[in-house]
Design a protein around this ligand. Structure first.
Ligand SMILES: N[C@@H](CCC(=O)N[C@@H](CS)C(=O)NCC(=O)O)C(=O)O
Length: 202
């Protein structure tokens, strides 16, 4: 199995974190997410959206979209509930992550920490405000829970952890969210956890 990966990408980190919890090893192919030259040649036949992460199975089939990849990898494991309602609740958080969280938090982190040509300050501020709306939703949910779904550590936690744990890099003050703070510590304390910048296992 091969993962087209980027160390700087939280979407790719979701996959590396799920792999670590599942005790799966995978060959990594680092892709530069700032310099996009040669992207169509590299990924065109694997992911029409030309983005990472992309997982390539040993039989050549390729899967893109971080949350689809972690769903596939975790299927049938302790990271993915099998009971239909809990499974749908995991999807609830995966879709929330892609619609309300990642486009506001990951994009602001990218603009602040990586972009060579970031948009005007007011646009960054507006996105950051939407990111806080997403964080407030998570805070509300976690104020009476240990994990996002079924009081168990699942891929929903992995998906939301990726860009929440490094949101400070985008100028998000996480001290405003005590339940999120406790949840982040809980996730990082799970057996098998690897940090975003962990060296590749051999
Ligand atoms: N919705 C996609 C987003 C993927 C995405 O935005 N990937 C970024 C890195 S985080 C990327 O490939 N950027 C480089 C590019 O667009 O060329 C997912 O969850 O996998």
């Amino acid at each position: 199995v091969l993962l087209y990966d980027s160390r700087a990408s939280g979407n790719c980190y979701k996959v590396r974190l799920a792999l670590a919890h599942l005790r799966l090893v995978c060959e990594l192919h680092e892709v530069d997410v700032v310099d996009r030259s040669g992207r169509a040649e590299l990924l065109g036949h694997l992911n029409p959206a030309l983005r990472v992460p992309v997982l390539v199975l040993d039989d050549g089939r390729a899967l893109a979209e971080s949350n689809a990849i972690i769903s596939y990898l975790a299927d049938g494991s302790h990271l993915a509930p099998s009971e239909p309602f809990a499974r749908a609740q995991v999807l609830q958080w995966l879709f929330f992550e892609q619609y309300s969280h990642e486009p506001n938090i990951a994009v602001v982190i990218f603009w602040v920490a990586y972009a060579t040509d970031p948009p005007p300050h007011a646009e960054i501020e507006a996105r950051r405000a939407l990111g806080h709306v997403a964080l407030e939703a998570i805070e509300r949910h976690l104020s009476s829970r240990s994990f996002l779904v079924a009081e168990k550590f699942t891929i929903a936690d992995i998906a939301l952890y990726a860009y929440t744990h490094c949101a400070q890099r985008g100028g998000f003050d996480l001290d405003r969210y005590p339940a999120i703070g406790r949840w982040l510590q809980r996730i990082a304390a799970q057996e098998g956890h690897v940090p975003m910048d962990a060296p590749q296992p051999k």
